[in-house]
Write a protein that binds this ligand. Structure first.
Ligand code: ADP
Length: 293
């Protein structure tokens, strides 16, 4: 039984070039061969959830260009329900221009949100049938606030648990925070949102903070903090590690697992991701995670 999961968020195409050094302003550097890799936080989370056993409906906007067409074909190949992936005429699809320094692994990224910025509250309202029989809703922040808030309300009104990945971090009103089942920041996002105590005081039901190679931490009001170590691996590419974690957590919660069990599964899934290159290409499948566990 594949539990139904609705993912609301962005889709980007990552255009990646390895460079000997990140160019300074005004400088031109010659890099390696261009790699065109499917990415974007929403799409990464949707593909992660599908590979890990979810029946995933993705709500997003693409442009009417070649990147959008390729992204749509990729979603179909990954088995996502693309009925609510909308095409925006006359707008470019989301793109991330990424230069990666070969020696240090440091990167420099320019995101052109394009059609992601056109996903609005009216789209969430029009996608109302998408939420039928959903077990969990997953939302990230590479889309406008009104779409985020409408998606949170859609879940709350239907009694569907909402998992929000606050990336990239920005202020979230208390009225939204108290309607979340789970918030999944990384450490820098947690700091930008004011820290654990403030978030729990504002009514976040469960705060799951990802700690990179240190694993993850679960905090709930009136419950002891729990720590979950990450499996020890050789990290090759941490891009989309947090997206993999969030997608995995959603699948396990949708399957009726407890939060601690879901976090253990998510740590194993994200550890596999960091051993592989590329955002979506590196996302693991359910059998692979079960082998690790
Ligand atoms: P983000 O990718 O959003 O910056 P983190 O760096 O916290 O978030 O990574 C998300 C999750 O990926 C972690 O909670 C952990 O489970 C896994 N992870 C990240 N880096 C490593 C690593 N070096 N070894 C094992 N797991 C890792």
């Amino acid at each position: 039984m594949r539990p139904r999961i609705v993912v609301v968020g962005s889709s980007n195409t990552d255009l990646v070039v390895a460079v000997p050094q990140i160019p300074a302003p005004g400088q031109t550097v010659l890099g390696g061969t261009l790699q065109t890799i499917p990415g974007g936080k929403g799409a990464n989370q949707a593909v992660a959830a599908a590979r890990l056993g979810g029946d995933v409906r993705f709500i997003a906007r693409l442009g009417d260009d070649a990147y959008g067409a390729a992204a749509r074909a990729n979603f179909a190949a990954e088995g996502l329900d693309t009925h609510f992936v909308l095409t925006t005429p006359g707008v470019a699809s989301g793109v991330a221009l990424i230069a990666v320094e070969s020696t240090t692994g440091e990167n420099s990224i320019v995101v052109a949100p394009g059609a992601n910025a056109k996903l609005r509250a009216a789209d969430i309202a029009a996608a109302s049938p998408a939420f039928d029989k959903a077990a969990v809703i997953v939302i990230s922040l590479e889309i406008p606030d009104d779409a985020v808030f409408a998606a949170v309300e859609a879940g709350h009104a239907r009694g569907i648990p909402v998992l929000l990945n606050p990336a990239p971090a920005r202020h979230l009103p208390g009225d939204i925070l108290r309607k979340l089942a789970v918030l999944t920041p990384n450490q820098s996002e947690l700091a930008q949102l004011g820290g654990s105590e403030a978030l729990l005081a504002q009514g976040v039901a469960a705060l799951v903070t990802t700690l990179g190679a240190q694993g993850a931490r679960l905090e709930q009001l009136n419950a002891p903090t729990e720590h979950f170590p990450a499996p020890v691996v050789t990290a090759l590419d941490t891009v989309a590690a947090g997206d993999c974690f969030t997608g995995a957590l959603a699948v396990e919660l949708a399957r009726g697992q407890s939060l601690p069990a879901a976090i253990r599964f998510a740590c194993a899934a994200a550890a596999l991701k960091v051993t592989r290159i590329g955002a979506q290409p590196g996302l693991p499948y359910r059998d692979e995670v079960l082998d690790v566990l």
